[in-house]
Design a protein. Structure first.
Length: 186
């Protein structure tokens, strides 16, 4: 069952979301054909089985010191509204559709924003218990803030930060440290 309100809605996972992402990623790649970029599907629509606002979130990574102007022009040419950083330094945010259907987050591919989006997505994809906990939180927050998208989004922040810390901790525990200067007894 889809939950709706005046401000936004939460829908059950739709297996068409990855296809919608792929089609839009292709449009973005064509529009930016001469520009180096990396494109990733992020957000809840990128996590199989997770309920979400039915808005495809797309992470577009650019080289660290690249001028953003040609990317902004190309994305605006696809019908996106450029909203600036919208409170997140290092990001250019875009939205499209009425009601909204797509968001683009344009960031440096060497930034913490890039890393954190991918880490959170991958952590949810590989940890069913964490994904279920996140889904329950989203339902609870929606019940409280159905008329206030901004408050709903802000209230997910502590969970996301904790999940990122947990993912980082687990990843560092499973990756052996590299020390090229270590003497191995030869």
């Amino acid at each position: 069952m889809t939950t709706t309100s005046r401000d936004f809605r939460i829908a059950p996972y739709d297996p068409l979301w990855p296809r919608e992402y792929a089609a839009e990623a292709e449009r973005i790649a064509r529009a930016c054909h001469d520009l180096p970029l990396r494109i990733e599907h992020v957000g809840s629509t990128a996590v199989p089985g997770l309920s979400a606002k039915p808005i495809i979130d797309i992470l577009v990574g650019v080289p660290p010191r690249a001028s953003r102007d040609p990317y902004i022009a190309a994305i605006r040419g696809l019908g996106y509204e450029h909203r600036g950083a919208l409170g997140i330094p290092g990001r250019n945010y875009f939205r499209r559709g009425s009601p909204r259907t797509h968001h683009i987050h344009l960031v440096s591919w060497s930034s913490a924003l890039w890393r954190d989006h991918l880490l959170f997505r991958d952590w949810l994809r590989t940890n069913d218990a964490i994904a279920a906990e996140y889904a329950a939180l989203k339902r609870e927050l929606y019940a409280m803030y159905a008329e206030n998208r901004e408050r709903y989004t802000e209230s997910k922040g502590p969970f996301i930060k904790a999940a990122l810390r947990q993912a980082e901790k687990e990843m560092s525990a499973t990756v052996a440290p590299q020390n090229d200067n270590q003497w191995d007894g030869d």
